[in-house]
Ligand binder design. Structure first.
Ligand code: UD1
Ligand code: CA
Length: 455
């Protein structure tokens, strides 16, 4: 049985923020959320989060994640933090300790630590740094780890050690309970150090098995906005490389942001500065132009999305052409071969096969049939100031430019609305409906002339 303990009570002073550090977002998700995802991926039977600074904001933000929360009201060190959670952990389990502000560790890096703990050892993740300043140093004798000394307590000789403690370790929970109970705070910081359990383990004959991460950034923590930005880039680069490996064309892998999951079919291409949020699926051959934002969207095969298009909570069918400068809002479903052009906004509408809304229009709360042509500047007036109403447009309708459809209203199959129509009543199928006055010419009319100013 594996139980995971995530330490997340620290204040994060250097973030200069009222938000608890672990709730700052990396790739659109709280730092702590990344660590929790790892815990779930490792199959933990219980994941316990020790929180403190920021109060209930932390449990509230992760309420859906099936976690146990333990409050560490005052922060007296990592050993003290672990101690708060011990009553929640089962004696016969293995505990893996993670930090809530270290978001990018691969599960493959953590698995060997858990395996070591299951084999009765203490698994410890260490890393060798060019500049180990500030970290706890791994002290070895004849190659065997004997203890960890914190930077502030270390001698000059110990400070020269480049192998440092990442803080991540795994051990049998019953040992953890024994050793934590014996910790003292007689050190430079007056804290209870979790790291002191290493010497306890050695004294009790429990072997220390160290492992190193494949990449140094897997164990980097976030203490400042600069470090957060640095890890964000590292993470985005990892995502971009994975997409490239899957055959996606990225015009510039350094100018892509995925804040969620992006699944792509074959021969997808993505131009620069696109942002994908939530769950986005792009079908075979989809092309996304520069500067598009897609949030919780499914795009079917062969669709082309031109530059500066924003799509939110929508379903886009096959061989559509969207943009440039289209905005598709929640609840929209575009069927096959739909064309939505520049400065067109569509909200909560269903547009059927082959329909075209080319320019400067607002289509809201509308059901549109097949092969409809919507002229430039058409507006569905869906809101009467109190309630929203639907517009229904049948197949093969032609709507002239600068038309207003005052909902609730419907346009019958094959109807034509003349340019400039303000439709307040249903338009019958197959007929031409106009609401504008007949064009007249006033013969001999002359333009007013400017009056001479009296001097
Ligand atoms: C700790 C380790 C050090 C290691 C370093 C890696 C100890 C004594 N030292 O240093 O060997 O090199 O991490 O970054 O363990 N936390 C709590 N409650 C507390 C104190 C800390 O929840 O009372 C949490 C923090 O939120 C953070 C983690 O524990 O997620 C580490 O705390 P931090 O203060 O950053 O680590 P150090 O003690 O400096
Ligand atoms: Ca730290």
């Amino acid at each position: 049985m594996l139980e995971i303990l995530i330490l997340a009570a620290g204040k994060g002073t250097r973030m200069r923020s009222d938000l608890p550090k672990v709730l700052h977002k990396l790739a659109g998700k709280p730092l702590l959320g990344h660590v929790v995802d790892n815990a779930h991926a490792l199959g933990a039977t219980q994941t316990c989060v020790v929180y403190g600074f920021g109060g209930e904001a932390v449990p509230q933000a992760l309420a859906d994640d099936k976690l146990t929360f333990v409050l560490q009201a005052e922060q007296h060190g990592t050993g003290h933090a672990v101690q708060q959670a011990l009553p929640a952990l089962a004696d016969d389990s293995v505990t893996l300790v993670l930090y809530g502000d270290v978001p990018l560790t691969h599960t493959a890096t953590l698995q060997p630590l858990v395996a070591a703990a299951r084999a009765g050892k203490l698994g410890l993740l260490t890393v060798t740094l060019a500049d180990p300043t500030g970290y706890g140093r791994i002290v070895r004798e004849h190659g065997q780890v004997t203890r960890i000394v914190e930077h502030k307590d270390a001698t000059d000789a110990e400070r020269a050690i480049a192998e440092v403690n990442t803080g991540i370790l795994a051990v049998a929970t019953r040992h953890l309970k024994q050793w934590i109970a014996t910790l003292k705070n007689d050190n430079a910081q007056g804290e209870y150090y979790l790291t002191d359990i290493i010497a306890r383990a050695v004294a009790d004959g429990v072997a220390i098995e160290t492992h190193q991460p494949a990449c140094e950034w897997e164990v980097l923590g976030v203490n400042s906005k600069a470090q957060l930005a640095q890890l964000e880039r590292i993470h985005q680069n990892e995502i971009a490389q994975a997409l490239l490996n899957d055959g996606v064309t990225l015009m510039d892998p350094a100018r892509l942001d995925v804040r969620g999951t992006l699944s792509c079919g074959r021969d997808v291409s993505i131009d620069v500065n696109c942002v994908f949020e939530g769950k986005v699926t792009l079908g075979d051959g989809v092309q996304v132009g520069a500067n598009c934002v897609l949030r919780n969207v499914t795009v079917a095969a062969g669709t082309q999305i031109d530059a500066f298009t924003l799509i939110d909570d929508a379903e886009i069918g096959e061989i559509n052409r969207l943009g440039p400068f289209s905005r598709i809002r929640p609840g929209t479903r575009l069927a096959r071969d739909v064309h939505v052009g520049n400065f067109v906004e569509i909200k909560n509408s269903q547009i059927d096969d082959g329909s075209k809304i080319g320019h400067l229009s607002y289509i809201g709360d509308t059901t549109m049939g097949k092969q409809v042509n919507i002229g430039a500047g058409t507006i569905t007036c869906n809101y009467d100031g109190a309630n929203k109403h639907r517009t229904v447009i049948g197949d093969d309708v032609f709507v002239g430019s600068d038309t207003q459809l005052v909902a609730p209203v419907s346009v019958g199959k094959g109807a034509t609305l003349g340019a400039g129509t303000t439709l307040t009543k249903d338009a019958p199928a197959g007929e031409l409906t106009l609401s504008r006055p007949k064009q007249t010419t006033i013969a001999g009319w002359t333009r007013p002339v400017k009056l001479k100013k009296e001097s």
